[in-house]
Design a protein around this ligand. Structure first.
Ligand code: NCD
Length: 329
């Protein structure tokens, strides 16, 4: 871990994806997240870091944990938070996304957190912000099937914290076998995780039905499987993904029962993995489909609750890094 304080080295204004992230940037995010884990463990888990800054959450697509996690993170940094959801806004009166953005910028928004069903919308907002001469920063909270960088970064912290709870070092992931199982094709979480984990030298394996795990993913430096057992052999971590029916153009799978039989994670199946194996899932979980309840409920196996808790600290870290605040002491 470098000795320079993180605020001296963070260069990135917008966070749109992890495809071009550098290992040093992962190290800064991990180090800063660890500081904010300490903050949220305090009796009063609030710091004045972003006092006077305005954070707007623009969620054009539904969300439970990501949106609330961002809102809590911004509030714990003492920012003023503006929320937007299409159903209750002027979008339903015909206002365009760009005009909605412009409205938030005119109210003085410093940071825009954007989720949209269409890939590339956060990039489009960056162009609009530049055109308007505003200095606001954009954080991608999930765009179509493209990227979901904050989910992969909170996953990264959760993995590194398991491997080395004192230092959460990105180096600890080198050579570690990590399996991503399920609907990779429609998953922005999988794409961001693939960029992150391969860059940090993990041994990444993908597994699921051929229609959801195309062979072409092997181009990204991962191993593609269509059978669960060989994929799980010796795995240290298994990340399950939700079947994203809303993104499937047609009926791809015979039945959920069949899917669970072939690819669902159950306690007996996980015995093929490393004895210390841990299971992750970004949520929301289809209980009994991707994961058996016995796996979800077992704190020796499941890191799902830790992912949610670390999500708040990770998002505080990212808002801090992007917002130019002071690191808590
Ligand atoms: C994911 C998403 O929205 O991409 N969920 C999340 O952010 N926690 C995954 C999913 O919807 O399955």
């Amino acid at each position: 871990m470098a000795t320079a304080p993180p605020e001296k080295r963070w260069q990135r204004h917008h966070i749109l994806g992890l495809a071009d992230f550098h290992p040093d940037e992962y190290a800064i995010v991990l180090q800063t997240t660890a500081s904010f884990c300490d903050v949220i463990a305090r009796p009063l888990p609030k710091v004045p870091t972003l006092q006077g800054k305005v954070v707007a959450t623009l969620f054009f697509e539904s969300s439970t944990r990501t949106r609330n996690s961002f809102e809590l993170a911004a509030k714990r940094l003492s920012a003023d938070v503006l929320n937007f959801s299409p159903g209750t806004s002027s979008l339903s009166k015909g206002e365009s996304i760009l005009d909605t953005t412009r409205t938030f910028l005119a109210m003085g928004a410093d940071l825009l957190i954007v989720r949209h069903g269409q890939a590339g919308v956060p990039h489009m907002l960056v162009n609009e912000i530049k055109r308007l001469g505003s200095g606001a920063a954009v954080l991608n909270a999930g765009d179509g099937q493209h990227e979901h960088p904050t989910q992969a970064l909170l996953d990264l912290f959760t993995l590194c914290n398991q491997l080395d709870p004192q230092h959460q070092s990105p180096e600890s992931l080198r050579g570690i076998k990590i399996v991503i199982v399920g609907d990779v094709l429609h998953s922005r979480v999988a794409r961001s995780n693939i960029w992150c984990l391969t860059r940090l030298g993990s041994d990444v394996h993908l597994v699921g039905p051929p229609a959801l795990v195309p062979r072409t993913f092997a181009e990204f430096g991962v191993t593609v499987h269509w059978d669960l057992s060989p994929a799980l052999e010796g795995a240290r971590f298994v990340m399950a993904l939700r079947l994203q029916h809303e993104r499937m153009q047609e009926q791809i799978l015979p039945s959920l029962r069949d899917y669970h039989q072939r690819y669902g994670l159950t306690r007996p199946r996980l015995t093929l993995c490393d004895p210390q194996v841990k299971v992750l899932h970004p949520g929301p979980v289809n209980r009994g489909v991707e994961l058996a309840s016995e796996v979800m409920e077992d704190p020796q196996l499941s890191l799902i609750d830790q992912q949610v808790t670390h999500g708040v600290a990770t998002r505080m870290a990212l808002l801090y890094l992007m917002g130019g605040g002071r690191i808590p002491t």
